[in-house]
Write a protein that binds this ligand. Structure first.
Ligand SMILES: NC(=O)c1ccc[n+]([C@@H]2O[C@H](COP(=O)([O-])OP(=O)(O)OC[C@H]3O[C@@H](n4cnc5c(N)ncnc54)[C@H](OP(=O)(O)O)[C@@H]3O)[C@@H](O)[C@H]2O)c1
Length: 291
């Protein structure tokens, strides 16, 4: 990564927000057994929430639930379900209600990804990602909505930024996440009068996660230049989660919050970045003095 003058540090959410912020609240999180969504869940638990995490691999879910409960002193339970199957999600919701009596917050984070160009991708592969990411989000919303309405709760959908432009080898995820963004906006509009909020978090590349590892060809590093000076950390997404679920965000709904260190706003320019902004004098010879 290029040199920058200052690297924005990441912090623990508990150093900013009260640790009792979500006391008595319950989180339902698909994809919570690993990676970013596990980090989002643990952060919510550090602020007092109990949680149920959903995925297909029961062993990993059980281990994650145990570790997060031990680390936070809150209760976390696993529920095995494939988000492509509405009935399985309804069973997970029933388990949450049996254990906790309610659901306040939902994170729709389950997703699949791999690198492939359109020309080399099967119809089945494309459909599978749409089914997990987009239809899985719809199924999760359908299964949880009556309870989220009852608690006047809130949704966060985990999307991405890659569909804001044409990202090669990502047609399936681009189409799927664009659908998730649209779903969240309609959910915010339809459910706002019922007291329910819905927002999207759009992470950029997050270091040390399955998603980032899988999208980085072996032996190569992400070559993107990041205004904040570093790759994202799971904590960066977790901190945005705590804020968006908190009462401080009560007037924020239907929004998309990129957590990408400003990358999305950096267009390719003829000037070297960030050298050109850190040391303008170094560019003097390469810029015509007058237009
Ligand atoms: N990592 C990044 O840099 C990055 C960047 C932008 C956006 N994102 C988004 O962030 C989220 C988390 O990504 P991650 O990188 O942390 O990857 P990850 O660890 O692989 O998380 C994906 C989770 O989804 C679950 N899942 C997958 N298919 C499922 C299905 N059919 N039913 C139920 N659960 C399913 C997986 O559990 P099982 O395998 O047990 O089912 C896993 O826990 C995703 O929505 C991803 O698109 C990630």
């Amino acid at each position: 990564m290029a040199h920058v003058a200052y690297v924005q540090p990441t912090v623990d959410s508990t150093s900013v927000f009260n640790s009792n912020l979500f006391n008595g609240k319950v989180l339902f999180c698909t994809g919570g057994g690993s990676g970013i969504c596990r980090g989002m869940t643990e952060a919510m638990m550090r602020h007092g929430a109990d949680a149920i995490i959903i995925g297909r691999k029961l062993d990993r879910l059980t281990q994650a639930a145990k570790e997060m409960s031990e680390a936070t002193g809150r209760t976390c339970i696993p529920a095995q379900a494939d988000v492509r199957q509405p009935q399985a999600l309804k069973s997970a919701v029933a388990k949450a209600i049996e254990q906790f009596g309610k659901i306040d917050f939902v994170i729709c984070g389950a997703a699949g990804n791999f690198l492939a160009p359109i020309s080399g991708m099967s119809e089945n592969a494309f459909r599978t990602v749409i089914e997990i990411d987009t239809i899985g989000t719809y199924n999760t919303v359908k299964a949880t909505l009556p309870h989220v309405r009852a608690s006047k709760g809130s949704y966060i959908h985990v999307s991405a930024t890659l569909h804001y432009r044409g990202t090669p080898y990502q047609v399936h995820v681009s189409a799927a996440k664009a659908g998730v963004d649209a779903l969240s906006a309609v959910l915010a509009v339809e459910e706002g009068p019922h007291g329910v909020r819905s927002n999207v978090i759009a992470p950029g590349p997050i270091a040390g996660t399955e998603g980032a590892d899988r999208l980085t060809p072996k032996g190569r590093e992400f070559s993107v230049t990041i205004p904040a000076g570093r790759l994202g950390d799971v904590k960066d997404v977790a901190n945005a989660t705590v804020f968006l679920f908190s009462g401080a965000a009560s007037y924020i709904t239907g929004q998309i919050l990129p957590v990408d260190g400003g990358t999305e706003h950096l267009r390719s320019v003829a000037l070297p970045y960030p050298q050109a902004v850190l040391d303008p004098a170094s560019q003097r010879d390469s810029i015509k003095s007058k237009m």
